[in-house]
Design a protein around this ligand. Sequence first.
Ligand code: WT7
Length: 655
Amino acid sequence: MSQPTIESILQEKRLFHPGAEFSQNAHIKSLDEYKQLYEKAQADPEGFWAELAEKELDWFEKWNQVLDWQPPFAKWFVGGKINISYNCLDRHLTTPRRNKAALIWEGEPGDSRTLTYGELHREVCQMANVIKQLGVKKGDCVGIYMPMIPEAAIAMLACARIGAAHTVVFGGFSAEALKDRLEDAEAKLVITADGGWRKDAIVPLKEQVDKALQTGASSVDNVLVVKRTAQNIHMEPGRDHWWHDLQQGASGKCPAEPMDSEDMLFILYTSGTTGKPKGVVHTTGGYNLYSHVTLKWAFDLQETDIYWCTADVGWITGHSYIVYGPLSNGATTLMYEGVPRPSNPGCLWDVVEKYGVNIFYTAPTAIRALMKMGEHHPNARDLSSLRLLGTVGEPINPEAWIWYHRVIGGNRCPIVDTWWQTETGGFMITPLPGATPTKPGSATLPFPGIIADIVDAEGEAVTNQSGGYLVVKHPWPGMMRTVYKDPERFKQTYWEHIRPKNGEYIYFAGDGAHKDEDGYFWVMGRVDDVINVSGHRLGTMEIESALVSHPMVAEAAVVGKPDEVKGEDIVAFVTLEGEHQPSEALSKELKQHVVNEIGAIARPSEIRFTDDLPKTRSGKIMRRLLRNLAAGQEISGDTSTLQDRTVLEKLRGGA
Ligand code: WT7
């Protein structure tokens, strides 16, 4: 099994110490230094963050209050004026960084481009002027639906520059999913491309935008289209505009708008336990500081590093750690359009070799897929430039950790396992590589300023090894501020599951975890109805809603099943309406229906037709039993609340 179990993890006793040379040159040089920082931050979180905000960022006007905490609503650096696009670009232009590579881009077909800070600044200003010209104003929202090309980052920075919020929608989401998000965010403009390259084929992004706008999202007045794949596309007169046309003649100067520290920077939709994805809201000042400092310390970012995160900009990892964190630090960030594929299984290592990548950040599911492709691919390349390896997205199984360390890291690179979420804005539990000894499978210790713990439903600390709920007990600058247009849902989802007797509000992440004798955190995975497929988070309810929207489906229950590479795979139990009969063709049709409703990432690997679903007497589907069945395991735990016990027999019979 690829998912670490409590048993496998408890047996994991290996300890890896930071190399002496690494520690000497690192921002944080020893465990003692980490502990001092941690204690300082714990004693005075506001003082700790204020000192960093002063030192690491440029402000147009200083704040007058560090933290305004009206549980569970936080405001950071209240009254401060700042612009993250300014911090990512302008402030570097008066330093030798002006001519440093800000963004190195490698396209899937092998084309490439490097933009210096000076050049990136110019293009961002041009796009900012263009979107202003298209009627976008401070406070408006812009949808970004892009492949992995420099213009994706340029679009984000251009919005931030003029004070428009962005909502980036992952290019793998369907027209339907795009429409829902554009509608919820009331986007005025969509920035997209004709298409993107994905595994040697074209993803028809503009066509999806057309479909989305045909069926809804009436707030969208204009579409700005970047030419990437150059196939024929429809351009709606008056609505659609080519970027390369408008870029000509657009000024390369556009002053960054002074934003309130708490002005909305972006909305990013993420799956939860109910049908509708929620719009996670991040604001400007706190997010800028948090993504900046966490990257600097946890990845020990140095001036000359070439840094590469393989995520897509459509996820929070792309926001915080391809675009904002690295550029705010004045680093060189690498962006890659491709993914390992049968026609090019060694492509990642070619990129490492070509650019001399020093810091590499990817997900356990990618590591497991790469393991499967064989170590001869990395072994045939020169990976000696690498000095640090990061991982994120799900618990990493010790086998994959050890392989990453040995084969990719040549036994010399620290492995930085970063636990965090869309909601947290940046790393929460992570080693500091010059300081923290690592254990394969553990994200180790909380970042300074993060008061994390493991508790029971009453908020009491749990010390036994079967673990409890992972929580955060004090606000931090990078935290989400609310669910867009739904503060009540924000409160309920994250702050009301765990109710300490003293009435305090603590943040519940949705994960289960336990702590070992050294205080190391071992994250076990989601404890709610969220599944993690290849590091992508999907709500079971969301997929169920998609299935029941098909006219032949009466009811559906979706569960995760362990998968060697993806971590989890999607299995759907489906009951049909009336006289409809199960068939291979219908199974295919239902899978495609989910792809149309959500996107390929949500495609069930298996549809199991059944006459009935196991329910409690109050009518709640017992997913726990279905999980057992999907995994081919014995039913474990209590079944006494089951309404109709014969259902299980029928399901076992492979209905
Ligand atoms: C969920 C958040 C943050 C960017 C990627 C996913 C799981 C994430 C780890 C890790 C164990 C992890 C958790 C979390 N997760 N990183 N290092 N170890 N689990 O962001 O889509 O918001 O998902 O991913 O379950 O709650 P996301």
